[in-house]
Design a protein around this ligand. Structure first.
Ligand code: PEP
Ligand code: MG
Length: 325
């Protein structure tokens, strides 16, 4: 099996009807980066910068962060890396920063909310990203954006750091891309005002599903209770795809859903063309992509989405089996 996936590494990530799908991996530690070569991923769609912070006993200073981001880009060797700014709080606790008294940590003081309330901390991270890039292209993604104004405030901090670098004669990224995670449902109804301000959007289905169904993603009693392959989530994502596409903004999905072949099939069938997943999922998902007739899957999905609100997992599994996917 492993050998089969290894053999796929250098083959294109394209469907039988020649739709090119961008396949990326999620990473968080420097050691994860070795999987880029191993899997043949196009790049890193989600670099979770909080992971290296979690293994330390104190906040890494700008130099330590700069070194790390620079190394990540060295190893990526020109392949794109999307750095997500700190997403702490919620299920990712740092011993030295964050909220400990929140009743609902996932909905509490976390991610960009901390960043905007502690701008010096976020600015140090942005400074380190700019310094680490040292003139190379840089993609920065802000987590848990719930209102457009939060993105604009975060962007302002990024601009301040760019100006600072220029003032000091330091190189600024040759190409800067700024994007947001779409994981708070409210953002769906602000896309018209958001889209002019972003280069890309990445859907975090782990949090999105949790907030859409009001179901704690870490609660084992609820695990499997609400299916990601259900019309509410897929219709929401379909709506987002249709909104984002004409704006020319890149859209990808980086939640766990993207790394499961049947879920990934559903995502492609509603119009998603870029996925990011844990490295081990790249092989199985690429195998699915290469045996998929996307045109047919799209027709199947469009019909399925108009059906009553039943989970679609079984139907999609049968579709996959019928088409030897
Ligand atoms: C998500 O919420 O789907 C996501 C990719 O981010 P994280 O799992 O780090 O919250
Ligand atoms: Mg998330």
């Amino acid at each position: 099996r492993r050998r089969k996936y290894m053999a796929l590494r250098d083959l294109p990530s394209a469907t039988r009807d020649q739709a090119r799908i961008s396949l990326n991996m999620n990473a968080g530690l420097l050691i994860d980066m070795q999987h880029l070569d191993e899997t043949g991923a196009d790049g890193v769609g989600l670099y979770r910068t909080e992971i290296p912070f979690m293994v330390r006993s104190e906040f890494p200073d700008v130099d330590a962060q700069t070194w790390l981001y620079s190394r990540v880009l060295d190893v990526a060797d020109g392949r794109p890396v999307t750095f997500r700014t700190l997403d702490v709080g919620g299920d990712k606790v740092l011993p030295y920063v964050g909220a400990f008294g929140d009743d609902n940590p996932a909905m509490g003081w976390r991610a960009i909310r901390i960043g905007l309330d502690r701008p010096a901390m976020l600015r140090r991270q942005l400074r380190a990203l700019i310094q680490g890039a040292s003139g190379r292209p840089l993609s920065v993604m802000f987590p848990m954006i719930a209102e457009v104004s939060e993105l604009l405030s975060a962007r302002r901090l990024l601009d301040l750091e760019l100006e600072r670098a220029k003032r000091r004669g330091q190189p600024v990224p040759e190409r800067l891309r700024v994007g947001v995670m779409f994981e708070v449902p409210a953002l769906a109804w602000q896309l018209d005002s958001l889209l002019p301000h972003v280069d890309f959007i990445s859907v975090g289905t782990n949090d999105l599903l949790q907030f859409l169904y009001a179901a704690d993603r870490g609660n084992t009693r609820l695990a499997g209770r609400y299916d990601s392959l259900s019309p509410p989530l897929l219709r929401l994502l379909h709506f987002v795809v249709e909104k984002v596409r004409p704006a020319g903004v890149e859209l990808s999905v980086c939640g766990e859903m993207a790394g499961r072949p049947v879920e990934a099939l559903a995502l492609l069938a509603i119009g998603v063309r870029a996925l990011s997943m844990s490295p081990g999922a790249i092989g199985p998902v690429k195998a699915m992509i290469r045996s998929l007739d996307l045109n047919e899957a799209t027709g199947f999905m469009n019909a399925a989405l108009t059906q009553p609100d039943r989970p679609m997992r079984e139907t999609l599994r049968l579709f996959a089996a019928d088409h030897s996917i």
